[in-house]
Design a protein around this ligand. Structure first.
Ligand code: GTP
Ligand code: ZN
Length: 223
């Protein structure tokens, strides 16, 4: 059973190695291609995680991939407070253009603090705090994500190496630390706008993301 903090999110102490059970797969027609959608369950937390694949990802060659953390507000509700929705769509488009790739969609909402706490953090940010300070005011570390979730998904999909679409070198390091081969980091710089510019600058200055700061290059997607 997960350890629940007073605010209702799993605590860092609950983060352990996760063995996910593969459940089933189906076709998922999307605007760019028809992907395969694969469902996994983490019995320890009760969370359901997803993978989307296109083409022969099990041929032993490195796979164009994104490890995407759930952001309901950005991915589903078109929020401009962050860059998540644009990154998800951009990654799907790049995979469709190559005809081969994978998205691991991890249900680690709010960098692991959960949806309600993320909304609490947004309210604190509305009062002037940045994204890291808001987490701290709620009693959380800046980033509580646990990438060990990826292991069983990649194992099931027979994916051995990634060309990872991310601006976050700490994500690359965290994956490599648990034995996942990342042969290349591909920038995914999209949707800087007036509502997320401070958020993106904080990610660059406090969380190590490789993003151009405001006033420099805008929407500098390398591709
Ligand atoms: N706690 C918290 N989480 C946020 C906030 N804004 C977005 N998120 C969450 O942050 C996660 C995405 O992390 P990011 O730091 O944007 O990006 P990343 O995954 O580390 O790096 P990329 O691969 O470059 O996207 C999602 O789970 C979002 O729900 C915020 O202000 N506070
Ligand atoms: Zn987001």
């Amino acid at each position: 059973m997960s350890i629940i903090t007073p605010q209702g999110a799993p605590s860092a102490a609950a983060a352990t190695d996760h063995k996910l059970e593969y459940v089933t797969s189906c076709e998922l027609p999307m605007p760019w291609a028809t992907f395969q959608l694969h469902a996994f369950v983490d019995h320890a937390s009760g969370k359901e995680h997803l993978a989307l694949t296109l083409g022969a990802v099990n041929d032993g060659e490195p796979v164009l991939a994104r490890v995407h953390s759930e952001c309901l507000t950005g991915d589903a509700l078109f929020s401009q407070r962050c860059d998540c929705g644009a990154q998800l769509e951009g990654a799907l488009q790049k995979i469709a253009a190559e005809g081969r790739g994978a998205i691991l969609y991890l249900r680690q909402e709010g960098r692991g603090i959960g949806l309600i706490n993320k909304i609490r953090a947004y309210r604190i940010q509305d009062g002037g705090a940045d994204t890291v300070e808001a987490n701290q005011q709620l009693g959380f570390a800046a980033d509580l994500r646990d990438y060990s979730l990826c292991e069983s998904m990649l194992e099931h999909l027979d994916i051995t190496a990634l060309r990872l679409m991310t601006n976050n070198p700490r994500k690359v390091a965290a994956l490599q630390k648990i034995g996942i081969t990342v042969v290349e980091r591909i920038p995914l710089i999209l949707n800087r706008n007036p509502f997320n510019t401070r958020y993106l600058d904080t990610k660059a200055s406090k969380l190590g993301h490789l993003l151009p700061m405001d006033g420099m290059e805008r929407d500098a997607d390398s591709n």
